[in-house]
Every structure is written in C-alpha cells, then in structure tokens.
Design a protein around this ligand. Structure first.
Ligand code: PGA
Length: 244
C-alpha cells in the first residue's frame, strides 16, 4: 500500500484526479471503476477541470460504477445514476454507451449481478478503481460480514450505512435497505486501486484498513493484499496513522 496524507480534502481530490489523468493519458481506452459518496466529489471536480483544460479525454474510456441502490428509479435525485451524471458524466466526453452502473431495478437482481460481472470481464477488467470508505470500513457496499463476497451481489445495507447516507434523503426511512454492489473480488481484480478518505469520522476505518488484521469485518482491510493500492487521506482521516 502507498499511503499519502494531505492537509486538505481538496488536495486529496487533486491527487486522485492526477492519478486518473495519468491512467487516461497512458491508456486512453482505460476502464475506470468509479465510486459515489461525498469523498470523491473533489476528485471529480479536479478531473472535470483537467478535461476542460484539454489534459484528459474520455472519448475512448469506459467506466463501471461500484454500486446502486435497489428500488430507486434511475432518475431519482438520490440514485447513483443521478449522482454520477451531476458530478461527472454531464461535464466530460465519455460516450453514454461506455458508462456502466448496476441496474437497481432489474426484474431479476441475480441475473443483473451476473450480467454486470460479465460486462466487466468483456471490457477487459478495470484498470483503475476509485474507492471511498465507509465509517464501518465498507468499500462499495461490501458491508462488514463473516466472509468476503467475490462478485457483484445484492447486499442488505448495514444500519451504520443507512444512518450515514440518510443525509442525502429526507429521512433515514427513505434510504433503500438494499443495493447491488460489486464484490471484493471485482475490486481486488482491478489493476490499481485508489482509495480516498477525508474527515475525522473515517480515521478509525482508515487505521484499521492499513494497520489492522485482514478481515471481512473491515472489508477495506483486504486491500493490504492488493499489489497496487494507493490510499489518499486528509489529516483528519489519517489522524490515527499520524499519531503512531
Ligand atoms: P462518503 O461515502 O464519501 O459519502 O463518506 C463513502 C462510502 O460510504 O463508501
């Protein structure tokens, strides 16, 4: 693992965007794995600036998002389809048919999971995967569990995740209880992983990820085994690492 601690969240975003830009410049038809949540927003803003400055071009690139809620219409303002359009896709030139996000409204979720895994394989696998991290150490919606789950699957969200994500909805009651998420195997199969974490409420999850035992109870801890994993944090999220 390579760990970099920056003073501010904006710098974390800038650093992550620089890695993504380098990936796109070295391989224009890169397959990017993308994440939602508050943390990657500065990354996408910096990436949009690089696109507008002519530094990066998404015309040959493609993307696979980590997850989507089950049961929210794709056009719902809190869906991850909407999030990605607003935060990135409406502002860059990635062709619409190169963008992949799990369908949380598929009639048969299991078939959708298998289809998503096949689409990732058919695209040649993910070159660079962006990750946030939950307060409970989740990556994607891989919640603390007894086992690591390999492929894309339907998950029941942890109570902590519902509480954390309630800020995007009118109330916690409106947060969907299930999601379709890439599995730990999908994430580990990415050639390179870039995890961004900002804010003090991520400090313990970051510490446990880097220094703790590798356990499905802290799903991100599996990244200790990834051959190319970069962790970018601000001072607050890196606090327990810095105190050592
Ligand atoms: P956040 O979410 O960036 O909104 O904190 C991260 C996550 O839950 O993976």
């Amino acid at each position: 693992m390579q760990i970099h601690v920056y003073d501010h969240a904006q710098q974390v975003g800038q650093a992550a965007a620089t890695l993504l830009a380098a990936q796109l410049i070295s391989k224009p038809n890169s397959v990017l794995g993308l994440a939602t949540g508050s943390t990657p927003i500065p990354t996408y803003q910096a990436l949009i600036s690089l696109y507008k400055a002519g530094v990066v071009d998404f015309s040959s690139a493609s993307s696979f998002n980590l997850d989507e809620y089950v049961g929210l219409p794709a056009g719902h303002p809190c869906s991850y389809h909407s999030f990605m359009r607003e935060q990135l896709f409406d502002h860059v030139n990635m062709p619409a048919d190169h963008i992949h996000i799990p369908d949380g409204n598929a009639a048969d979720p299991q078939t959708e999971c298998a289809r998503y895994d096949q689409a990732i394989t058919a695209a040649g696998g993910i070159d660079m995967q962006v990750l946030g991290i939950g307060r409970n150490g989740h990556i994607g919606f891989n919640e603390p569990a007894d086992d690591f789950t390999y492929g894309t699957h339907v998950v029941t969200l942890a109570a902590d995740t519902i509480e954390a994500n309630a800020r995007f909805f009118k109330s916690a009651d409106e947060v969907p209880r299930q999601a379709v998420s890439m599995g730990i195997g999908n994430i580990m199969a990415a050639k390179c992983v870039v995890l961004v974490a900002t804010g003090e409420n991520k400090a313990k999850a970051v510490y446990d990820t880097i220094r703790g035992p590798i356990t499905p109870r802290v799903p991100a801890s599996v990244l200790q085994l990834h051959p190319c994993c970069v962790i970018l944090t601000d001072r607050e999220a890196g606090k327990l690492m810095l105190e050592e």
